[in-house]
Design a protein around this ligand. Sequence first.
Ligand code: BMP
Length: 266
Amino acid sequence: MTNVTYSERATNFNNKTARKLFEIIEHKKTNLALALDVSTKQEFLDIADKVGPYICCLKTHIDILIDFDNDLIEQLKKLQIKHNFLIFEDRKFADIGSNTVKNQYSQGIYRIAEWADIIDAHCLPGEGIINGLKEIGLPLNRGLLLLAEMSSKGNLITRNYTNSTIEMALNHKDFVIGFIASGKITLNDNNNNIQNDFIFMTPGVGLSNKEDGLGQQYRTPREVITESKSDIIIVGRGIYGSGKDVITEAKRYRDAGWNAYLERLK
Ligand code: BMP
């Protein structure tokens, strides 16, 4: 089932954020998500505006910004409307669901639930983390990604952990829209239907480098989309890394990601 189009996939989801993401991908013909890990508001908004036309999703680490303020969120929302992309705050929640993650998601200075269409979480604490986030996110039609695999060298995620994560996702298909993973993963290596019912987003994507010297491991868009059958490539420093023209690089990754998808459809 790897030759199903993004639009066809959208019909498998009741979650509005998931449907919207597939709509944007198909409309803008891009499966590129930008990981915008810069530290100043000015640089953040400048790159978001330049790269916005070429991405389906903008991934943030909002706590990296040294001059965060509410105006940044207002400006980001304007850019979201101007360029039509979803916002994914890569907060990687990993605490108890009943109280802590609910407050981390909705309170504090960032008030993530108010502006992030998508968030992600580690399932290490157990299913309560999903229940907690869902209480806040589902009424707002938000979507949750679960970290089923990681791109960093030596990470401790095992096949059993990945399987348990998938099982938790299957219990919450209204809110869990997909996974962070190296590609399309299946439960117990069976060819079951989770492949079309979830979105797969893959970080650790680069056209030039193989690693960053601090454990990050890069694969090409072709390896990720055509071979590992992921849906979305997440690219950060490959686009905004030192000395690069962000528009040229964003187009390069958008084309590489989209061509890899077309190749898979053949
Ligand atoms: P870069 O392309 O600059 O290496 O950035 C990758 C981005 O993806 C970072 O924001 C990182 O937090 C995120 N990420 C990752 O690299 N590996 C994972 O397993 C999960 C991630 O969210």
